[in-house]
Each structure stands twice: as C-alpha cells, then as structure tokens.
Design a protein around this ligand. Sequence first.
Ligand SMILES: [Zn+2]
Ligand SMILES: [Zn+2]
Ligand SMILES: [Zn+2]
Length: 90
Amino acid sequence: MKAKTCAHMDQLETIRTPEGEAVCAECVKTGSRWVHLRTCQSCGTTLCCDSSPNRHATRHFQADGHPVVASAEPGEQWLWCYEHQLFTPY
Ligand SMILES: [Zn+2]
Ligand SMILES: [Zn+2]
Ligand SMILES: [Zn+2]
C-alpha cells in the first residue's frame, strides 16, 4: 500500500536531512535548547519541533510558507506537511 502524500510531498525528489551534526539553526544563535529537530524540505534548514520552547519549524512555515518538513532525528523517517496537516512515514 502506497503511503498517503500531498501535492507538496509529490514534488520532492529527494528527502533532505541535516548534513553533519544536527542543530536548530535559530536556537544556536540565541543559545536556546530544543527537544527534536525537523528539516525543511524547501530550503534544507534544520529547526526545532513544537515540543521545543521556540517552535522554530512551525514559525518558519508561518513566516516563509515552506510546507513540508522531515524528521531530523536518527532512526525516524517521516514527513509532515503543515499546510495539509499530513503525516507520512517513508
Ligand atoms: Zn501538502
Ligand atoms: Zn529552535
Ligand atoms: Zn524552509
């Protein structure tokens, strides 16, 4: 059975994940902490999840409109589309 996707996910040719050590690009600037990391599939920026105090991934979607993130956690393979509220393992 094919995993459910949306128009945004259908456009992805490769899944982007962090290069090297994974950090939240915004939290490191301010010395904040994060819980989990997500990588934006539009620009490749890695940011923190909604369990983190600063919720940079959600704020990035609201500010820049990049809809799809992938988990940047080791061993996790899934995509989330903010616009369609769709969770898809890959
Ligand atoms: Zn979508
Ligand atoms: Zn952050
Ligand atoms: Zn982005």
